[in-house]
Write a protein that binds this ligand. Structure first.
Ligand SMILES: *Cc1c(COP(=O)(O)O)cnc(C)c1O
Length: 485
């Protein structure tokens, strides 16, 4: 399997190179050069597989011969051994026509763990294969940073530095980042906003000498591994629900921000999973809903909501969808993206809008409706939804129920967003893992919000680590730790 850019400006690259490249060098996004097609016979054969084995079958289609199967299997098993549920992503029946796919049983209680636990191990593997240390630099407004740190903490050959805006992430998110004591993790709380953090990252990645000296890698949702790892649970949930519901038509309702999660479902469909409908659920930040309904992709004013992980204006994976919408026509995609950069919005002609509406149904859920859904679902079923999942459930309800079953993706545990739960007039007890965070010492370092200040900290942190002897030592130590337990 090779990977190409949505803008057509790079020679095809293999899996490893694609992972390391992150954003394609021509500014586009990487996509597989073809999508494997799965027959209904294959699906029936895979029905009985565990989550891990299903991931192995699907993921190996995309790694090709670059990772030996036994190594990949070990990596996948290690990645999902950190989950608290034996099924990794279990489904739960809420009513005859509504199921939840619980994606929050990983270390940080949000769905991003599903992909980032695996990406952490992929990075570590690549480090060993290439004999170089991988330095990850990212900015977070909450979930991604905690999850990325959990994915690489203690892993030989990988260092991670996460910037976050001081005092502007939730307490639980801050604790999940700052209570990690592993030497390969550096958290920097910057004296500024999330936008400042992102600007600094852009500047540092833009400094070619700095980037190359330290082999900087990104962890944001444009990395192709994150999408590929998320395909599995659409298949897994489909198998579990059709076991109970026979040949029912299956829709998925997906809380959507950067469009990574929903896009994985879209790929699952294109690979042959019989998905009846994909519902794009979001909050008051409704750029994608307006796109599906009106054909115009135009950022609007930022709205603060109860589901902050979906408070985004520009969906970073959107370009990948345009690529498929236009039949892999890279010229068309480049043209649209140039238009978007020049005028700040883009339009698709009405003939193409029909196809968009055939691919997705879209709903924007208002703040009040989100809290109402949390309250109502709790009253009706005793199940406490987090505010992101509540948007998916509300959107599923808005579709009516024409004799089918909807699987709503539950992307976070409600304990991560207790503020919204309290506003809904409900109380919860925290899982012990989250409660315990409050008693751990925090390792918090403050920094001014300038790229000079951050570059200085990175030089210290990454410093000696670029040398090969250091890497060998780490790998040996990692090996010893594995053997001893
Ligand atoms: C990141 C996130 C989302 C949005 O996922 P995308 O892939 O960005 O669309 C939804 N819910 C939660 C809890 C998240 O952390």
């Amino acid at each position: 399997m090779k990977y190409v850019s949505t803008r057509g400006g790079i020679a095809p690259v293999g899996f490893t190179e694609g992972v390391l490249m992150g954003l394609a060098d021509d500014g586009g996004l990487l996509v597989p050069d073809h999508l494997p097609q799965l027959s209904s016979d294959t699906l029936e054969r895979w029905r009985g597989l565990s989550y891990q084995d299903l991931t192995l079958e699907l993921f190996s289609l995309f790694t090709g011969d670059e990772i030996p199967r036994s190594e990949l299997k070990a990596m996948i098993n290690e990645s999902y051994a950190t989950f608290r549920h034996p099924e990794v992503t279990p489904v739960r029946r809420l009513s005859d026509d509504l199921y939840l796919l619980e994606l929050f049983h990983g270390p940080t209680f949000a769905f991003k763990d599903v992909a980032l636990q695996l990406l952490g191990n992929v990075y570590s593997y690549i480090s060993q294969q290439t004999g170089s240390i991988i330095h990850i630099l990212g900015a977070t407004s909450g979930d991604t940073g905690a999850s990325a740190i959990a994915g690489v903490r203690g892993k030989p050959g990988v260092r991670i530095c996460i910037l976050y805006p001081e005092g502007r992430v939730s307490k639980v998110q801050e604790l999940q980042m700052t209570t990690i004591a592993d030497e390969n993790v550096l958290n920097l709380a910057i004296d500024g906003t999330f936008d400042d953090a992102q600007r600094i990252i852009k500047e540092l990645f833009g400094d070619v000498a700095f980037k190359q000296r330290y082999h900087l890698r990104a962890i944001n949702s444009i990395n192709i591994v994150r999408i590929l790892a998320q395909i599995t649970y659409y298949f897994y949930a489909y198998f579990r629900v059709t076991e109970q519901q026979g040949s029912a038509k299956i829709a998925f309702s997906v809380p959507t921000g950067n469009f990574g999660d929903l896009f994985a479902g879209y790929l699952a469909g294109r690979m042959g999973l019989p998905i009846e409908r994909l519902i794009l659920a979001t909050n008051e930040n409704d750029i994608l809903v307006r796109f599906v309904q009106e054909g115009e992709y135009r950022p609007a004013a930022f709205r603060g909501t109860y589901s902050p992980s979906m408070d985004i204006q520009v969906a970073s994976n959107f370009e990948r969808y345009l690529y498929y919408l236009y039949g892999e026509d890279v010229g068309k995609v480049s043209g649209l993206m140039t238009e978007f950069r020049a005028q700040g919005f883009l339009n698709v002609p009405s003939a193409d809008q029909e196809r968009v509406r055939a691919d997705f149904e879209a709903h924007s859920v208002q703040n009040d409706a989100c809290l109402d859904t949390i309250r109502q679902t709790y009253q009706d079923t005793g199940y406490l939804l987090d505010p992101h999942t509540a948007c998916a459930v509300a959107a599923a309800g808005a579709q009516g129920t024409e004799a089918g079953v909807t699987i709503a993706l539950a992307t976070a545990h409600p304990a991560k967003f207790n503020e919204a739960i309290l506003l809904a007039g409900l109380e919860q007890s925290f899982p012990p893992e989250i409660g315990a965070l409050f008693n751990l010492p925090q390792r918090q370092q403050l920094s001014p919000a300038t790229s000079e200040a951050i570059a200085g900290r990175l030089r210290e942190f990454f410093g000696a680590a670029t040398d090969a002897a250091q890497l060998r030592e780490e790998l040996l130590l990692g090996e010893r730790n594995r053997v001893s337990g």
